[in-house]
Design a protein around this ligand. Structure first.
Ligand code: NAP
Ligand code: MG
Length: 404
């Protein structure tokens, strides 16, 4: 076999929890180490070590990502009450993804991996639809109240000089009711827009964006204006050159067009729209285990991961010594995404080509009918064979070897 592919800059490697931690090691041992002289800066984001370091390791891994520009992350446990006891935690540590996202100021792009034999519920979606969710503000950082009949409710803004501006929300003269205040920041919306436009140039896909600006003439309209201004001033020429488009429409029109489309574009969504639509799109394409996810910062830092969690139920089976049939595709594609990006930034075409081959070998394995249980339940391929977690990776390697 040829020499191993050498790397220049390290990849930031964020290890994680439970079944995905087991898969993480298998992917490296079976599919990466034999071919790549892997240079990585390793951070253990497994819950035990997060607890031991008072979650400092998560912050350090995010800072290393800013430094090196590319990270690959394993799924991690976000602690809840049950995990407090299970892991004897000092504190209910915050979601690592939230911590990392706050440091990188990024946007998450989720893209389904399409294979023959697994038809989306919308059969015309022959190409992936990538959802970009603005993960800041709106209803997720709201203030709300229940109010009694007879209350008059206003929005009050006090500026830096102490001057008040008021506007009436509603006068509850005839009924009890509810009110809500929410906000967003121009800077956050601008970061979101830049992340979307950069990712579009990266992947040579159009960007669709939609709000309800006809009804929300100040709030939603501001999103539309910021996107339009940044596009005109910073991206229009680059988009023309790349032969891609930015398309704005109303959210209800967007939903109708998405359903009729063939996919193949990035759908930028406000926070709530992205929350709801990402679940719809993921379900329609078949499986969360076939969905990649990448966090892109406005200044071009990339963190790749799988969209699913740590697959806890499979992990407990694994601990009992039983074989599991856990799907490693999304985690594997996080690795290929990160290796390809590292190759692109460091001008290493052989590393980029390796990432392409590993993805092709993975898809070929499934299309040959060799797959994990979750996919076997969805696939229409005849003579399919359900294999365990490790055998699936070995089967991918059998095909990869032939391509190297
Ligand atoms: P999950 O790990 O995504 O698993 C939910 C169920 O989906 C599994 O039990 C399994 O169904 C199926 N599934 C998910 N991924 C699969 C795969 N790769 N192969 C086969 N089946 C798969 O979600 P969860 O059980 O709600 O969460 C478990 C832990 O993950 C939690 O502690 C949560 O905090 C964490 N989490 C982390 C991230 C992240 O780091 N990005 C995201 C979400 C959740 P069956 O059991 O029916 O086979
Ligand atoms: Mg949701």
């Amino acid at each position: 076999m040829a020499d191993k592919i050498l790397m220049k800059t390290p990849l930031v490697e964020m290890d994680g929890d439970e079944m995905t931690r087991i898969i993480w090691k298998m992917i490296k041992d079976i599919l990466i180490y034999p071919y790549v002289d892997l240079k990585s800066e390793y951070y253990d984001l497994g819950l035990e070590y997060r607890n031991e370091t008072n979650d400092q390791v998560t912050v350090d891994s995010a800072k290393a990502t800013v430094k090196y520009g590319v990270a690959v992350k394993c799924a991690t446990i976000t602690p809840n009450a049950a995990r407090m006891t299970e892991y004897n935690l000092k504190e209910m540590w915050k979601s690592p993804n939230g911590t990392i996202r706050a440091i990188l100021d990024g946007t998450v792009f989720r893209t389904p991996i399409i294979v023959k034999g697994i038809t989306p519920y919308i059969p015309t979606w022959t190409k992936p639809i990538t959802i970009a969710r603005h993960a800041y503000g709106d209803v997720y950082k709201n203030a709300e109240m229940q109010v009694e009949k007879g209350s008059k409710c206003e929005l009050v803004c006090t500026d830096a000089a102490g001057k008040e501006t008021r506007t009436e929300i509603y006068n509850f003269s005839d009924s009890d009711g509810i009110i809500q205040g929410m906000h967003n920041k121009d800077a956050s919306i601008a970061s979101f827009a830049r992340s979307c436009f950069n990712f579009a140039l990266d992947t040579k896909q159009d960007v669709w964006f939609a709000t309800k600006d006809t009804i929300s003439k100040k709030y939603d309209h501001k999103f539309k204006d910021i996107f339009a201004e940044i596009f005109e001033n910073e991206y229009k020429a680059k988009f023309d050159e790349a032969g891609i488009e930015y398309f704005y429409t109303l959210i209800d029109d967007a939903v109708a067009r998405v359903i009729r489309s063939n996919g193949g574009y990035i759908w930028a969504c406000k926070n709530y729209d992205g929350d709801v639509m990402s679940d719809m799109v993921a379900t329609a394409y078949g499986s969360l285990a076939m969905m990649t996810s990448v966090l892109v910062s406005p200044d071009g830092v990339y963190e790749y991961e799988a969209a699913h969690g740590t697959v806890q139920r499979h992990y407990y089976k694994h601990l009992k010594g039983e074989k599991t049939s856990t799907n490693s595709v999304a985690t594997l594609f996080a690795w290929t995404g990160a290796l390809r990006k590292r190759g692109e930034l460091d001008d290493l075409p052989e590393l980029m080509a390796f990432a392409d081959k590993l993805e092709t070998a993975t898809i070929k394995t499934i299309e040959d009918g060799v797959m994990t249980g979750d996919l076997a339940a969805l696939s229409s391929i005849e003579n399919k064979r359900t294999v365990d977690t490790e055998t699936f990776l070995v089967e991918i390697n059998n095909r990869l070897k032939e391509m190297m």
